[in-house]
Structures are given as structure tokens and as C-alpha cells.
Ligand binder design. Structure first.
Ligand code: FAD
Length: 520
């Protein structure tokens, strides 16, 4: 994927696109893969970098959602479990089977969660990741040596999936490009074009070069997550809000806080939510919270109360309570929840099920859902586009489509390079090109210099932030270490982009400022 070539393809295409997708997060990218793989002329436009929004800020779980089951939302759980199985099947280099334990401190909990999780297994049917069962206090401590031991009765072990969200997103983008889809980052949609009150195209601006583009489209799908209302109001000024943003934060800790390979799941925190502590690339991701917000932003920031809540809850379940100094990174994300119809609903009770609407002019909007259900959401959205655009029916093929880099011999999540899957030899080829591309950029994070080169050459990374936050995961894994490696990464990028010393200095300054916002 090369941005210049994508721009050329956009400029030279004089015909009408079948499906234009606004938004390069999980939802939009899934739709672009679905549409391109069905043979539709597909264009995706993202205002910033792919995954800059919520899709880089998840808990990294591929799951049915144990919590949604407790809420009685069985169809959502069933859909999630099915999609979890499909994701593992089609992307074994990106998704892995992760063991979780719910530590039980009363026998009542043991009974309740063993029954509940057996039902969870039942719902996953043939796509099960493994049977749930009760394990003794000794076995629980053996699997999670740092779990709080006082009054511990045992644990309920179950299985779910885990992944690297933005590596999945980049692999989806490449899959789409493999099918001939055109994807452009740093391209903001600024207006909708109508003919006889029907959607006929859109206007956009290249935020890098400043050039405006207008394209003709049979159908347009608004997949802009928490920004969906902005596009809806371009279509219907003054309309009621369709989405309700709710913030969730995560704290990244060293693995010494959760030793072993098993993740911890707390089914009921003091505010009635669930909390996870999951091993991820030799770190532990802990989260999350759920706070209703009025303001939306591409760079949401954790609130003090959310941060303190996570540390407190960790202290209730782990032997060692983390302090502010132990935190390697805090990141916040906004859930694009479909706004509830009734008044006074709490965000944790708002359904995560996706909602597709078609406006009188034909603008298709998709909101809600979760990362795990991106494929199913895409299938529904493209089916809706076919009807809306009166296009010839073509069957969805994504349940059988391998994601770019597919390699069943690679065990996902084992090291930061496993998500490259079958593309791993490309990194080695880059390293053989020059001495300056050899070796690690960060020993601590096990990030190779060649990953930065690949990010620029083939993954459309344009800024230092793209490379350190989303092509590699340096920012989330350790914000301080990412600041340390920023100058070298900027120089590697500049060599590929052909940019000057001024660009390098600007990027380092901007990145450092951003990364400092990910520290407590
Ligand atoms: P986004 O990723 O926000 O993408 C929308 C994109 O649209 C953005 O990149 C934005 O820049 C772009 N855009 C906006 N306006 C324009 C414009 N005018 N022109 C062009 N582009 C535009 N799900 C799971 O399955 N597992 C999890 O573990 C999980 N954990 C989560 C934890 C948290 C804290 C949160 C908040 C969510 C979590 N989710 C999880 C849910 C999942 O992350 C989201 O459902 C999903 O990422 C939403 O993707 P999206 O594409 O709809 O939105």
C-alpha cells in the first residue's frame, strides 16, 4: 500500500464508485474488505491515520462478552462468539486463544460463574476455544501467582480471544488493497454531493497536500464511529444525535503485576462493571471504565477518577497494588454506542449491538457494535448498500477469506513481529538491504528498525505517531520508551519519505507532546 499510488488511483478514476466508506476504523475497514472482496469498486477515506479513533484503543479482546451474557443479551454474545471463531480461523497470525481465570472468593461465586461460563461455551458451539471449568485454589495460584490469596476459594477458568487491534486493522487494509480497493488516510470528508435530493458523491480534502477531491458514488457508508453525527448532519442538518460516546480507559503495567500466561477477569467491580488484566506482549493491559461524555475528540484523555478506580480495583485482586509510578501508559477510547431511546439509561447498560440506518437521501450510517463483530457488521452494511444503490447482488465471502499475512504456523501474540505473519520475510529483506536497518530500535520492547521502514513503504505510515502508536505499539506498551526511540525512528522515516531535518524536529516535538499525554 502506497499513499501516492492510492492518490493517483483516486484522481484518475472518472467513473462512479460502487461503495465509498467514510472512516478507517474497524467498522469502515471491515466494510471496505467486504465490498472489495465481493468485486465492488471500493474507496475508503480516513481523515487522520487508519485506526486513530477507537479502533486502536480497545482492550484487545476478541470475545462474545461475558458481561453481555450477564445482561441477558444472548444474541449479541452468540454473534460475538461466532465471529471470534471466524477471526481465529482467518487470521491465526493475529488472533490467539487466551486463558482467563475469574478468581472466586465465595462458593456462591464458584457456582454462579461455573454455570454462566458453561453456558458461554455452549453458545460458541463448534467454534469453541476450550471448555470452562472450576480449578482449585492451588491451581489458581499456580496459574496466577500474583492474585490476591486471602479468602481465595479457587478460580473459574475459561477461554476467549486476544489480538493486536491496529495490526489487525493494517492487515485488513492490505487485504482490501489486495482485492483492488483504494484506501487513503489523511483525507477528510467535508461534504456530501446530492442530485435530486439523493446521495451522488462526496467532497474531501487531503489534509497533507491540501488538495480537494470530489468523487461520484452509488452508495456512501458513514462508518465514522463517535463522529457519525457530524456526517449525518452534513446530510440532514439539525437532526437528533444518533450516538452516545462513552469513555473507557486502560492502564499498561509491567508483567510482574500479573505473572504467568493467564488473564484475570473481575466479573463485578464496585461500579458493577467487569475488569480485565490481560498479558499483552510482555506487558499487562488493565481496563476498562465506562463514563458518559458530552465532548468527542480524536485524543480523549483519561479522567483522574477513572485512573484511580483502575489502580484501586487492581489492588483488590492483585497482591501488589500498582502506583502511579508503575504505569507505563494510560490510554482512553470512546465507544460509539447507539444512543438509547429511553431517558436515563446508564452507558454500561446500552446495548453494543450495531445499528444501520438509511436516510431519505440514501446515506447509510452504521454505529455501535464491537471490534469482534466487525466482519458481521460489514456484511450487513454491504448488503444494505447493495439494496440502497440497486446494485447487482454478490454474495459475501469474508467468512472464508484469509486476512493478509495469513500463516497458520505462526502463534499470534508471541512477539511483536508475529502479526506480520507471512510478510515476516519482508522485514528480513529490508534488514539485508542496509546495515542501518538491522537490529532493534528498542531492546525493551523488542521492536525492529525494519518495522519502521516497512510501515513507511507498505503501510502508509506518514507521521512518527503512525509508526510508534499504530504500526508498532511502542506508545501503548511504554510511553517513556517510545519517547526515547522517537529521534531514531524519525530519522529512519525521513530517509524513506525524503523529508528534511526540519520535518524530523517537528515530528519529534509533536510526538513527545502527544506521548507525554499518555503518562500519569
Ligand atoms: P473508530 O475506530 O473510531 O473509527 C472511525 C474513524 O472515522 C476514525 O478513525 C475517524 O478519524 C474517522 N472519521 C471521522 N470523521 C471523518 C471524516 N469526516 N472523514 C474521514 N474520516 C473520518 N471491542 C472488542 O471487540 N474487543 C475489545 O476488547 C474492545 N475493547 C474496547 C475498549 C474500549 C475502551 C472501547 C472504547 C471500545 C472497545 N471495543 C472493543 C469496541 C471497539 O473498539 C469499537 O467498537 C470499534 O473500534 C469501533 O470502530 P469504528 O470503526 O466504528 O470507530
Amino acid at each position: 500500500m502506497k499513499r501516492e499510488q492510492m492518490l493517483q488511483a483516486l484522481a484518475s478514476f472518472r467513473d462512479t464508485w460502487d461503495i465509498v466508506v467514510i472512516g478507517g476504523g474497524a467498522t469502515g475497514m471491515g466494510i471496505a474488505v467486504d465490498a472489495a472482496s465481493r468485486g465492488f469498486k471500493t474507496l475508503l477515506l480516513e481523515q487522520n491515520d487508519f485506526g486513530k479513533g477507537t479502533s486502536s484503543r480497545s482492550t484487545k479482546l476478541v470475545h462474545g462478552g461475558v458481561r453481555y451474557m450477564a445482561q441477558g443479551n444472548i444474541s449479541l454474545v452468540y454473534e460475538g462468539l461466532r465471529e471470534r471463531g471466524i477471526m481465529l480461523k482467518n487470521a491465526p497470525h493475529l488472533v490467539r486463544n487466551q486463558k482467563f481465570i475469574i478468581p472466586a472468593y465465595s462458593w456462591w461465586d464458584v457456582i454462579l460463574y461455573t454455570i454462566g461460563l458453561n453456558f458461554y461455551d455452549l453458545l460458541s458451539g463448534r467454534l469453541s476455544f476450550g471448555r470452562s471449568h472450576f480449578i482449585s485454589r492451588e491451581k489458581t495460584i499456580e496459574a496466577m501467582p500474583t492474585v490476591k490469596k486471602q479468602r481465595l476459594k479457587g478460580g473459574i477458568l475459561y477461554h476467549d480471544g486476544q489480538f493486536d487491534d491496529t495490526r489487525m486493522l493494517i492487515s485488513l487494509a492490505t487485504t482490501c488493497a489486495d482485492y483492488g480497493g483504494i484506501l487513503i488516510n489523511y483525507m477528510k470528508v467535508t461534504g456530501l454531493i446530492k442530485e435530486n435530493n439523493k446521495i451522488a458523491g462526496l467532497a474531501s480534502t487531503d489534509t497533507e497536500g491540501g488538495k480537494d477531491y470530489s468523487v461520484k458514488a452509488r452508495t456512501i457508508i458513514n462508518a465514522t464511529g463517535v463522529f457519525a453525527d457530524d456526517i449525518i448532519s452534513l446530510d440532514t442538518p439539525g437532526i437528533n444525535r444518533q450516538i452516545r460516546p462513552s469513555q473507557g480507559i486502560h492502564v499498561m503495567l509491567d508483567r510482574s503485576f500479573l505473572k504467568g500466561e493467564t488473564a484475570l477477569m473481575v466479573p463485578k467491580t464496585s461500579d458493577g462493571r467487569v475488569m480485565f488484566a490481560v498479558p499483552w506482549y510482555n506487558r499487562v493491559v488493565v481496563g476498562t471504565t465506562d463514563i458518559l461524555l458530552e465532548q468527542i475528540s480524536l485524543e480523549p484523555r483519561a479522567l483522574k477518577q477513572e485512573f484511580e478506580f483502575i489502580l484501586e480495583t487492581c489492588g483488590e485482586y492483585l497482591e501488589k497494588k500498582p502506583t502511579r509510578e508503575d504505569v507505563l501508559c494510560i490510554y482512553a477510547g470512546l465507544r460509539p454506542l447507539a444512543a438509547p431511546q429511553g431517558k436515563g439509561k446508564r452507558t454500561k447498560d446500552i446495548s453494543r449491538i450495531h445499528r444501520i440506518t438509511v436516510s431519505p437521501s440514501g446515506l447509510i450510517t452504521i454505529v455501535g457494535g464491537k471490534w469482534t463483530s466487525y466482519r458481521r457488521m460489514a456484511e450487513d452494511a454491504v448488503n444494505t448498500a447493495i439494496k440502497t444503490g440497486q446494485m447487482v447482488w454478490r454474495k459475501c465471502v469474508t467468512s472464508e477469506t484469509h486476512i493478509h499475512g495469513y500463516d497458520e504456523t505462526i502463534q499470534a501474540g508471541t512477539d511483536p513481529c508475529s502479526p506480520y505473519g507471512a510478510d515476516l520475510p519482508i522485514l528480513e529483506k529490508i534488514e539485508n538491504e542496509s546495515e542501518k536497518f538491522k537490529g532493534l530500535l528498542s531492546d525493551k520492547l523488542n521492536i525492529r528498525k525494519s518495522q519502521i521502514i516497512l510501515a513507511v513503504r507498505e503501510e502508509m505510515a506518514r507521521t512518527l505517531e503512525d509508526s510508534l502508536a499504530r504500526r508498532t505499539r511502542a506508545l501503548l506498551l511504554d510511553a517513556r520508551e517510545s519517547i526515547r526511540i522517537a529521534p531514531e525512528a524519525a530519522r529512519l522515516m525521513a530517509g524513506e519519505l525524503g523529508t528534511d531535518e526540519q520535518w524530523i524536529q517537528d515530528q519529534i516535538t509533536k510526538y513527545t507532546e502527544l506521548a507525554e499525554g499518555y503518562l500519569p
